[in-house]
Design a protein around this ligand. Structure first.
Ligand code: ZN
Length: 118
């Protein structure tokens, strides 16, 4: 399991080489920018999907935090469980290619987000 966490098994959206590990994807789920080892391309998690996920994080904390305040501290355990589930889903947020930093040229190619390949 740990080996598969560090093994590069997720393809780069620029060059399609499998240069990103699951740990990289976890970090991408925390709004961290990734850099491809092969093509030096900048990659982030799909920001719209990530925004939805972070809405759910907020909802998780607010709802169960409120229930813990009203009712029982056991809701804090539910809150933590929900957080872990959302962390799990954050591994499956698709990666999206970014333009090189400081390129300065026109934003020519939009990601053209057609294929949400798994
Ligand atoms: Zn690449």
């Amino acid at each position: 399991m740990f080996v598969s966490m560090v093994m590069a098994s997720n393809p780069c959206p620029h060059c399609a080489q499998k240069t990103f590990s699951w740990w990289d994807k976890y970090l991408a789920g925390k709004w961290v920018l990734l850099y491809c080892k092969e093509c030096r391309g900048r990659v982030s998690a799909q920001p719209i999907v990530l925004a939805v996920l972070y809405f759910l994080y907020t909802w998780d904390v607010v709802l169960f935090g409120y229930l813990a305040y009203l009712d029982s501290l056991w809701y804090l355990a539910v809150l933590a469980g929900g957080w872990l589930i959302l962390d799990f889903f954050s591994l499956y947020v698709p990666l999206s290619p970014l333009r090189p930093a400081g390129g300065g040229t026109a934003p020519a190619q939009k990601p053209a987000d057609s294929s949400q390949d798994n």
